[in-house]
Design a protein around this ligand. Structure first.
Ligand code: URA
Length: 210
């Protein structure tokens, strides 16, 4: 089975992403744009969530209306840049749980090393959205999903802003059952594992640390 990548390239998303890429965009603006994009992407990502008929009463009469059914959501940001996606997604699904996974890249090997994990107990019965703005080498994403699968989760989706072709390939090879949703597929990685043309260091740009 080979994995599926969905490009969510709605004009509003592309416009906001262009502003995020601009090196002169401020931290405040960058954060706002990421929050807006995460809502637009989340909207598309959740298009296939199951709904059920429920009976309600409007001020005028009874009716059968559609409401979300089935599995609940868990958002799992990969620390720290993944945090930039959380507020926007929670705005769409306020009852979602939030797990966390902390990974850093070994600067020499570019391998992902984990330093923190915390998930809700019932991951097996949830749709899990693993989120990280940049799918670069794919090592962090693969490692994060390895940890998420160990919790018993089986319905997992990976959401990013920009993916590199090599990251997509690595991720699908390791997790063909986990679809990727991205707003852009950029050209390549530089020698330090950064995506070109990219947005630079997503964590630094979200948190203003550089
Ligand atoms: N992480 C980032 O923040 N930016 C990249 O370009 C690649 C990985």
């Amino acid at each position: 089975m080979s994995g599926k990548t969905t490009l969510i390239d709605h004009p509003l998303i592309l416009h906001k992403l262009a502003m995020m890429r601009d090196k002169d965009t401020s931290t405040k603006k960058f954060r706002t744009l990421l929050r807006e994009i995460s809502m637009l992407m989340g909207y598309e990502l959740m298009r296939d969530l199951p709904v059920e008929e429920i009976e309600i009463e409007t001020p005028l009469e009874k009716m059968k209306a559609k409401a979300l059914s089935g599995k609940k959501l868990c958002i799992v940001p990969i620390l720290r840049a993944g945090l930039g996606f959380v507020d926007g997604l929670l705005e769409l699904v306020p009852a979602a749980r939030v797990g966390h996974i902390g990974l850093y890249r070994n600067p020499d090997t570019l391998e992902a090393v984990d330093y923190y994990k915390k998930f809700p107990d019932d991951m097996g019965s949830r749709i899990v959205l693993a989120v990280d703005p940049m799918l670069a080498t794919g090592h962090s994403a693969v490692a994060a999903v390895n940890h998420i699968k160990k919790t018993g989760a089986t319905d997992i989706r990976f959401l990013c802003l920009i993916a590199a072709p090599v990251g997509i390939e690595t991720f699908h090879a390791a997790h063909p059952d986990v679809p990727i949703y991205t707003a852009a597929i950029d050209r390549e990685l530089n020698d330090h594992g950064y995506i070109l043309p990219g947005i630079g260091d997503a964590g630094d740009r979200i948190f203003g640390t550089k």
